[in-house]
Design a protein around this ligand. Structure first.
Ligand code: ATP
Length: 494
């Protein structure tokens, strides 16, 4: 099956089984925004927990914070975001009006699309019943001409936006004769504008002094944070790979200047190990070292994962020098330095950052786990081979029939195990169907309670991946399962 088709299946599986829904679904969705459903939120929380614990449990010199999304507007001046990434504004000198360049160009793209629709509507009237829209679109000269112009404009526009090339945006507007006598700027509208943060990192930088002082932190040390970030993504494709509202897990590690490249190397390896512990295979990861660096960075590398649409960035590791702290010192007028008791000097720490998108991580887990498995009996089962520690539900508890005291026994087992890991109870349909439902949401274990259970206190334990079944005592269940489904089991492989 083509990789594209596999990806489509994963996307629809995510919706059908309560992992990911389009935002505002009953209103036909909102571009590049998604909601997580009942299973998705559990998987997402487990990913976050795995990351959080790998940072703050495994490293005694890393602490966490949770900074607000809204920040003082000057933060974004200091970080460089306001000048570099602001909405591109364009002034019309005749009308003295200010426009968003991206909106103007998107309107122009819409105009070409309207022209195509008009041609189609005209032809439909003319040909009546016999009208074949697909054929008309593929062959009509005027439609093809509009389509070509629309596509060329879209491509040029997407590139200019992604590169934030303001001159090119202005040129597009001139070439398309949208407005005349233009001036392009990227000024923010006054200091009272509150931005939605495009990265969580700045919340850490502005809290560096607070944490260092109150936590009596000694260099090297790190601050970890999980939180929402927002970007005005123009080319919104590939499901949750590129969203306008997403979540980041970022850690800023503050080090002595001169030691940053050693730490950069260490963090690259530490982060790769975190991914490898999931067992998706070394061949599905690679580093992409950046040749072109942001002006403030002196090294940068991405961890890429093999998605159905190619190797794609899931995480970035950046050596950001002392750029951010120095900028904040400059703009806030506060001294942001570290007094090193060993060398008796003060300096601005350098920073290694590890930055991973929760949603992209979620997507890579989904893509790797999804399988339509051909069984020996010729049937196909859809199964999510999720790492047990990330699975939304760890154990499904299934009474064989809905009577004879079996549901009561099943509930009793559930009541004792629910304190230790997430259990689900299901008594509807045949056992076979219930197993399939659990396979499809990645539940690693199922137990069946049958009539013998009432006498021998044993249940049938079924493994999701091997589908093997064994008879085990109820008393041994917790010990058999808890360890394998715990985040600790993953952390130990790091
Ligand atoms: P890309 O080049 O794919 O746009 P980026 O280099 O801008 O990504 P960073 O700024 O390094 O990304 O952000 C760190 C991480 O945040 C990325 O590795 C990715 O996992 C995640 N991320 C960035 N943008 C998005 C987005 N629009 N939707 C979902 N996750 C994102």
């Amino acid at each position: 099956m083509a990789q594209e088709d596999v990806f489509k299946k994963i996307v629809s599986h995510c919706k059908e089984y309560g992992f990911v829904f389009p935002s505002s679904d009953i209103y036909d969705g909102l571009g590049a925004v998604y909601d997580y459903g009942q299973n998705g939120v559990e998987l997402k929380n487990n990913i976050k927990q795995y990351w959080w614990q790998a940072m703050v449990l495994l490293h005694d010199n890393i602490v966490g914070i949770d900074a607000a999304i809204f920040m003082h507007p000057t933060v974004w001046k200091a970080s460089g975001h306001v000048d570099a990434f602001n909405d591109p504004l364009i002034d019309n000198r005749d009308s003295k009006k200010r426009y968003r360049a991206d909106v103007l160009i998107e309107d122009q793209i819409g105009k070409y699309e309207e022209k195509i629709e008009k041609e189609i509507a005209k032809a439909r009237k003319r040909f009546g019943e016999a009208f074949d829209e697909a054929q008309f679109r593929a062959t009509n000269g005027r439609v093809l001409e509009h389509q070509a112009k629309r596509d060329a404009l879209h491509e040029r526009y997407a590139k200019a936006m992604n590169d934030m090339n303001l001159e090119e945006l202005k040129q597009i507007i001139l070439d398309e004769e949208i407005v005349f006598k233009t001036e392009v700027g990227s000024t923010a509208d006054g200091a009272s504008t509150i931005y939605l943060r495009p990265e969580t990192a700045q919340g850490i930088f502005v809290n560096y002094l607070n944490v260092q002082k109150t936590g009596r932190m000694r260099l090297p040390f790190g601050i970890a944070q999980i939180g929402k970030a927002f970007r005005n993504e123009i080319v919104a494709r590939q499901f949750i790979f590129r969203m306008r509202e997403f979540e980041q897990m970022e850690m800023q590690f503050f080090v002595k200047p001169g030691t940053e490249l050693d730490w950069f190397k260490k963090w690259k390896q530490t982060r790769l190990n975190w991914h490898l512990a999931l067992g998706f295979g070394n061949e599905n990861y690679r580093f992409h070292d950046h040749e072109k660096l942001a002006h403030y960075a002196n090294a940068a590398s991405d961890i890429e994962f093999h998605m159905p649409f190619g190797f794609k960035e899931v995480e970035g590791i950046h050596s950001r020098t002392n750029f951010d702290l120095s900028q904040h010192a400059k703009y806030s007028g506060k001294k942001i330095e570290y007094f090193d008791p060993e060398s008796n000097e003060s300096y601005t720490p350098y920073v290694i950052e590890t930055s991973i998108g929760v949603d992209r991580m979620f997507l890579s887990v989904m893509c790797h786990s999804f399988e339509e498995e051909k069984l020996e009996n010729g049937e196909t089962r859809t199964v999510l081979h999720l790492p047990a520690a990330l699975a939304p539900t760890k154990l499904a508890i299934l009474p064989l029939v809905k009577k004879d005291g079996l549901p009561e026994k099943a509930r009793e087992i559930m009541d004792s195990l629910k304190f230790h890991f997430k259990c689900a109870y299901d008594e509807k349909d045949s056992i076979g169907k219930r197993y399939r439902r659990q396979d499809a949401v990645g539940t690693p274990y199922c137990i069946t309670i049958d009539h013998d259970t009432l006498n021998d206190n044993c249940v049938t334990l079924r493994d999701r991946d091997t589908m093997k079944q064994e008879r085990v005592s109820i008393d041994s269940l917790r010990a058999l399962i808890e360890d394998k489904v715990s985040i600790t089991s993953l952390l130990k492989k790091n």
